[in-house]
Write a protein that binds this ligand. Structure first.
Ligand SMILES: Cc1ncc(COP(=O)(O)O)c(C=O)c1O
Length: 483
């Protein structure tokens, strides 16, 4: 592992302090002199850390006065969504563009993942770039391989139990206990990914025609589920800074009989928002008051650059939070392993899992359980978070330098994607086909809503390294959009 320099340690400590509001907006950081004395560091080291924070837009240096905390970069750069308009509930229709993006393997890329995959290893700049980070995946593969090899006799002729492998559930329970969820292995059910967990959550808590509140803009996968299950949607405005607007949700709850609310408290896609504590508390209160199922999508929870926010589930006193997640974002999309802690809907969910999937692969779960137990997952996550943070910074720097002048974008402190708002006349859905003809796959803003909103928006991901090919693709995209 690469060594962390003292200025980096100081920078991280300061970042945590700013995020935790030890120094609020407009307040002065300790003077360079005090910091040198307090932390036993040289002036050059302290200055280096302060200047890096300045370069990130988190603090500003005022001559002869010191360094002052600025409003978070997210709040200055992020597109703010108009919170006034909550439209009446309606059925959902999702564009076929989602299917097109998925079939090109480009859900979180501007290049077709399938193309890249087919390149021979020596020509694949991606795999060369990522080699250092692949050690964790090699360890995971070994762990799964060992589990497969240790299968004896006729084990392969039996289905796994409906709730999933007990050791994996135990590992999940132990992990969530670290984040305040006092749950046991029996409370979890293994699924085929977070999308299936969300599906089971909606199936168990709602009936055809019910109204479900979602973030807007919000994950298109949820909109697809609502469409498929014949549920109506009411879209609650969500900004990159403050996340879901709990006051708007309250006003919607007063007007309509809403059964469930799907929310991604940690680093939601596409906004990248991390819900403030006050909003989290209010959501739990509203859920109680209006008898709501609160479906928590925790898929990005482990990818916080400044730490792991506690899930809503940690404060769930009455079993109405349904926690859904998977290893897809934090480890591998290809595992197709997720989980659900459905609280009061646990038994229905277990039955529905049996009906829709029968069982999950036992050796994959066993391999994963060992990987978690041996600490392989934690080691991998540490590297992955750092890699993602660097990739986010590369993308921010690129957009600042090269992108069209009137763009606004979020700078999330976790997850894998940022949200871009372009000038009003741009229509990213119309640009999809033109960009595609030039080899660039975009994720248009309108996919994140069932209204006509966000046509001038775009989700960009920093999941992949910003290689020269990707920089060129972004420049091509700029050309398409500015015409
Ligand atoms: C917010 C969110 N939830 C759920 C999913 C689906 O995850 P999985 O691959 O585990 O089914 C995704 C995938 O993009 C996502 O972004």
């Amino acid at each position: 592992m690469s060594r962390e320099y003292r200025y980096q340690q100081l920078e991280t400590w300061l970042l945590e302090g700013i995020a935790g509001q030890r120094w609020g907006v407009g307040e002065r950081l300790p003077s360079v002199r005090d910091m040198c004395l307090e932390q036993q560091l040289s002036k050059a080291t302290v200055l280096h850390a302060y200047q890096r924070l300045e370069a990130r837009g988190l603090v500003e240096a005022r001559p002869k006065s010191g360094y002052f905390v600025l409003p978070s970069i997210a709040s200055r750069a992020a597109p703010l969504i108009d919170t006034s308009a909550v439209v009446a509930p309606s059925p959902v229709t999702v564009s076929d563009v989602v299917m097109d993006i998925m079939s090109r393997g480009a859900a979180f890329d501007i290049l077709s993942g399938l193309q890249n995959e087919r390149l021979p290893a020596h020509k694949n700049t991606e795999s060369r770039y990522l080699e250092a980070n692949n050690a964790g995946i090699t360890a995971l593969n070994r762990s799964i391989g060992r589990a497969l090899r240790s299968q004896t006799g006729s084990a392969h002729q039996y289905y796994d139990e409906p709730a999933g492998d007990s050791e994996l559930r135990e590992q999940l329970a132990q992990r969530y206990r670290r984040y305040g969820c006092e749950r046991s292995a029996e409370d979890y059910c293994i699924t085929a990914g977070c999308q299936q967990s969300l599906f089971l959550a909606l199936m168990a808590s709602c009936q055809r025609g019910d109204i479900v509140a979602v973030e807007s803009p919000g994950f298109y996968g949820v909109l697809q589920l609502l469409e498929q299950l014949g549920l109506q949607v009411v879209e609650i405005p969500s900004s990159s800074v403050a996340g879901l607007d709990a006051d708007a949700l309250e006003s919607a709850l007063q007007q309509w009989n809403i059964r469930a609310c799907v929310v991604t408290p940690a680093y939601a896609t596409p906004t990248g928002a991390n819900l403030p504590l006050a909003t989290r508390k209010k959501l739990l209160v509203l859920a109680e008051q209006y008898d709501l199922a609160l479906i928590e999508d925790d898929i990005y929870g482990e990818l916080g650059f400044l730490g792991r926010p506690d899930p809503l589930k940690a404060e769930d006193k009455s079993g109405r939070v349904i926690l859904c997640s998977s290893f897809s974002k934090s480890l591998s999309r290809d595992l197709r392993i997720g989980w659900i802690d459905a609280g009061r809907w646990h038994h229905q969910v277990k039955r529905l899992k049996l009906v829709t999937l029968l069982a999950s692969s036992r050796f994959v779960q066993q391999g994963l359980a060992s990987f978690l137990k041996d600490g392989g997952y934690d080691t991998y996550l540490r590297r992955q978070r750092e890699q993602l943070r660097q990739q986010r910074d590369q993308l921010v720097e690129f957009l600042d330098k090269h992108w069209l002048a009137d763009v606004r974008f979020s700078v999330p402190e976790g997850g894998v994607a940022m949200w871009l708002q372009l000038s009003e006349e741009v229509d990213t859905l119309s640009a999809y086909g033109v960009a595609l003809s030039k080899g660039v796959v975009i994720t248009p803003g309108s996919l994140f809503s069932s209204t006509d909103n966000y046509r001038n928006c775009l989700r960009l991901s920093f999941l992949h390294p910003l290689t020269t090919t990707r920089k060129d693709a972004l420049k091509t995209l700029m050309g398409v959009i500015s015409h």
